[in-house]
Design a protein around this ligand. Structure first.
Ligand code: PMT
Length: 223
């Protein structure tokens, strides 16, 4: 089918959770396994793309034949993605990036001191939003991990972060979201809902998503 290939395209994918350190042995993270992002990198490679995969903390095996860049924190992911953004054609942000990090990263292991401890957190930079502000023709694909009002929040993210596509998943639903091998997603574009997919393997979700991405690339080139 027309648009069913990514030959010659440079695809940048992020996957996994970020790790925000409190001290040398303690950190804040989330349940992302990296499976969704890895499946996207693998599918893009199979469609002929040149793929760079920027991965945080993951528990899955990264696909072969892609350039793999390991990062830990949201800040490191921001730097790794920003460095490669100008030369990318398609960027897919499947990573679960921390919204907050500890204000202070202690150089030594924190000692017990009193009955309670209050952690002060500060906002991390929103990577997707940063890319949305500086994009020049790249197709920018974000995810929206929601547990309620999925459509409203997904469309809000698409507009606010200047994305071309948003993959929304209800991460509270059985068979969707973090860690498992399947996902249930809805694809949104600036025009609204494009397609609502049934429960599929993360590999099939990745393929369906990239077919839409390839179609959009082909139609912007034609215009
Ligand atoms: O890794 P798996 O176990 O396979 O699980 C897959 C997944 C549930 C992690 C994946 O499908 C998913 O939903 N990824 C996005 C998770 C997320 O952080 O969603 P969000 O709604 O909080 O963020 C929206 C978008 O902004 C995402 O594209 C995210 O990468 C991006 N973001 C968020 C915060 C931040 N500081 N920078 C960002 O770029």
């Amino acid at each position: 089918a027309q648009g069913n290939t990514l030959a010659g395209q440079r695809v940048l994918v992020t996957a996994g959770g970020t790790v925000e350190r409190l001290d040398p042995v303690r950190y804040l993270t989330n349940d992302s396994s990296g499976k969704m992002g890895f499946a996207i990198a693998e599918a893009a490679k199979a469609m002929g793309a040149q793929v760079t995969l920027i991965a945080g903390r993951t528990s899955a095996q990264p696909p072969a034949g892609v350039e793999l860049v390991r990062v830990e924190s949201a800040q490191q992911m921001l730097e790794a993605v920003t460095e490669r953004f100008d030369t990318a054609d398609i960027v897919v942000k499947a990573a679960a990036v921390a919204d907050y990090r500890p204000v202070k990263q202690h150089g030594q292991k924190l000692k017990k001191n009193g009955e309670s401890l209050t952690l002060e957190l500060e906002r991390t930079t929103d990577i997707l939003q940063t890319l949305g502000e500086k994009k020049k023709g790249q197709l920018l694909i974000g995810f929206a991990a929601e547990t309620e009002d999925v459509e409203r929040y997904a469309m809000d993210k698409l507009t606010r972060k200047n994305c071309d596509l948003i993959v929304a998943n209800d991460v509270g639903a059985d068979g969707a979201g973090f860690n498992g091998d399947t996902n249930i997603v809805q694809l949104y574009g600036p025009e609204g809902l494009i397609e609502s997919l049934p429960m599929l393997s993360k590999r099939e979700v990745a393929q369906r998503l990239l077919i839409h991405a390839a179609d959009r690339m082909a139609s912007t080139r034609r215009r």
